[in-house]
Design a protein around this ligand. Structure first.
Ligand code: SF4
Length: 304
């Protein structure tokens, strides 16, 4: 053999050794890649000698089963998702508990007032039903029951809180100073005669010293107001002050928050606004009442 032939063989051996080594360098058994060993098995023996003796199944699994790697990827990202802040829940509006006196009274006695017929007949049945009412603690101190008065076919019905001293004396709703202011609001603001509207209160007897009505008193008296509203069936109810606005709308929200927006009582639009007695103490609030009543006029299709 010439020197030239020996050099060619040595070069071929070096090339094959380098190929075999490249496979084991990346951890791949030659069998796993389906690589046919180059001709001359004897040439490959030195390579097997340098490669670590790893059991074939384990190494094959590492290659042909890429799933663990893919499974591992999401697992690695899981902590990121867990660490992400929870979405902030939508802010719910604060909800106050409904005052007991504004809730339906489950123990109310059934009404004997006819559910249909002329308003005059139904109102007479209501007054008969009220009778010399002793149903709450206000009976012993009252002078007169103040049923309310006005047009039984009114488009607008005003509902106040309770009779005061003048009302208790005369048996008529809103006849004192606050009543005079209400008359101005109706006749100068709404431009209708007071006799065209109906005016009533949540309770029909005066609380001593004009204190706030108590829950038991309102619950005892509320069937009468419910019947009055049902008889008159106005196009709009105007709630004057806290007790009326909250009772009509069945809410605990303060009058300052519910005024100026229509609510609803049994399908009838309700506009809550400030009580005339409050306006006597806070004349600057008159403009708010006027804004509320302009909405009432607009609802009735009338101009302010
Ligand atoms: S306030 Fe109403 S329930 Fe109480 S005594 Fe007068 S009418 Fe009767």
């Amino acid at each position: 053999m010439s020197d030239e032939e020996r050099a060619l063989i040595a070069a071929e051996l070096r090339e094959r050794l380098g190929w075999m080594a490249s496979l084991t360098d990346v951890g791949l058994p030659r069998e796993s890649v389906g690589a046919a060993p180059p001709p001359g098995a004897a040439v490959s023996r030195p390579v097997e000698a340098v490669a670590p003796a790893v059991p074939a199944p384990a190494r094959v699994a590492a290659v042909v089963a890429p799933a663990p790697a893919r499974v591992a990827a999401p697992a690695a990202s899981a902590p990121t998702r867990l660490a992400a802040p929870e979405p902030t829940p939508a802010r719910k509006p604060a909800k106050s508990a409904l005052p007991e006196w504004a809730a339906p009274n489950p123990s109310a006695e059934p009404s004997p007032v006819p559910t249909a017929g002329e308003p005059e007949e139904r109102l007479k049945a209501l007054v008969d039903w009220i009778g010399n009412c002793q149903r709450c603690a206000l009976a012993p101190t009252r002078n007169k029951i103040v049923y309310g008065q006005g047009n039984l076919r009114a488009e607008i019905m005003f509902v106040g809180e309770a009779p005061g001293a003048d009302e208790d004396e005369q048996g008529l709703a809103f006849v004192g100073r606050a009543g005079q202011l209400l008359t101005d609001i109706i006749e100068k603001g709404l431009k209708v005669p007071r006799s065209e509207v109906f005016i009533a209160n949540v309770i029909k007897c005066r609380p001593p010293q004009n204190r706030n009505p108590e829950t038991a008193e309102i619950l005892a008296c509320q069937p009468f107001l419910e019947q009055q509203i049902d008889i008159i069936r106005p196009k709009v109810l105007v709630g004057l002050g806290k007790f009326s606005g909250q009772w009509l709308l069945k809410t605990a929200e303060p009058i300052s928050r519910i005024r100026g927006r229509f609510g609803e009582y049994k399908g009838i639009p309700v506009m809550p606004t400030f009580h005339p007695a409050y306006l006597l103490r806070n004349p600057s609030a008159k403009k708010d009442v006027w804004e509320d009543l302009k909405l009432v006029l607009r609802h009735l299709g009338r101009s302010a």
